[in-house]
Design a protein around this ligand. Structure first.
Ligand SMILES: [Zn+2]
Length: 310
């Protein structure tokens, strides 16, 4: 069986693994991304991490490297395009240096796109030809698989579902679009709503520095202001999901990320809220699910990207 090196690069951590073509992870390691230390230093750290993880796995036939990364990134050559969480990496690609150091082809893809591939290949919806993976975390993005292939767009920028307008006139995301999904349902949006409520003197246990996780915890403990913030975010998320169902007719929309995990105890209410906003063809149910691949979804997607035949 073939083995590949897979990496998942986020704003905080770089994770690397040796993955076998049947989805077994043979060894894994991680290091801080530390984007502020510079792009070349990060590339060298990742090359070393690959060498260490390969040595641990005793894998004889490593054939390629796959990298799943926070973006935006050009999937043809791995060049970053103004990545908001990898400051200073614009215009650079790790592929040439890694390929030269490790002697293998390197394929780079956007994390949400590769997560969607992982779900359609190795997840609960294995074999799906039409699937959307939505990551709901500090920001919101998606990977779209249509007719078995990732939808990349003309410049590799497809899948930015965080900027669907779901609340005209509502809060703005960091990019500035008024009333978009990310501005009204992301972890950042939840934290900003908590700050506004605390600063307005609302009767709540939330502080002006509350994180999204703390808002979820307060809502679970019965804080009605926190509950209303989560309820509002959930309604906007449901509107975005219903819109995606209408446009793409996917077999499933899979949700992952910290905010999606926080919604797990409220899953029935979320599904109901999607159903209320969905087309009549979804009268008997909406195919909306929480990921079962957990935090390995990025490594799996990177491995599948490296293993692809074309
Ligand atoms: Zn936006």
């Amino acid at each position: 069986m073939r083995h590949v090196l897979a990496a998942d690069i986020g704003g905080t951590q770089m994770r690397a693994a040796v993955v076998r073509e049947d989805s077994a992870i043979l060894a894994r390691l991680s290091v801080p991304t530390a984007p502020a230390d510079g792009f070349d230093a990060a590339t060298e750290r990742l090359a070393l991490l690959f060498q260490q993880v390969a040595a641990r796995a005793f894998a004889p036939d490593l054939s390629a490297i796959g990298i799943s990364t926070a973006g935006p990134v050009d999937p043809t050559d791995g060049t970053y395009r103004h990545p908001p969480n990898l400051d200073g990496w614009h215009g650079r690609s790790m592929a040439p240096a890694l390929s030269e150091t490790l002697g293998m082809p390197v394929r780079v893809g956007h994390d949400a796109t590769l997560a969607a591939l992982a779900e359609a290949r190795w997840g609960a919806r294995s074999g799906a030809r039409h699937l959307i993976y939505v990551t709901v975390s500090t920001g919101i993005g998606a990977g779209i698989i249509a007719d078995g292939r990732p939808v990349l767009g003309a410049s590799g920028g497809a899948g930015e579902v965080g900027h669907l307008i779901v609340a005209p006139g509502g809060a703005r995301c960091a990019a500035g679009c008024p009333g978009c999904l990310e501005g009204n349902a992301s972890g950042r949006a939840i934290a900003l709503a908590a700050r506004a409520a605390a600063e307005a003197g609302a009767s709540t246990s939330l502080s002006a520095t509350a994180t999204a996780a703390e808002v979820f915890a307060a809502a679970d403990a019965g804080d009605s202001v926190a509950g209303a913030i989560i309820g509002g975010a959930m309604g906007h998320l449901a509107a975005g999901i219903a819109s995606l169902l209408a446009v793409f007719d996917p077999e499933a929309i899979i949700l992952g990320g910290g905010v999606a995990e926080g919604l797990a105890p409220r899953w029935e209410a979320l599904v109901e809220a999607v159903q209320e906003r969905a087309l009549p063809r979804y009268a008997s149910g909406v195919p909306v699910e929480l990921t079962a691949l957990g935090e390995d979804v990025g490594l799996f997607g990177a491995a599948i990207w490296a293993l692809r035949e074309e």
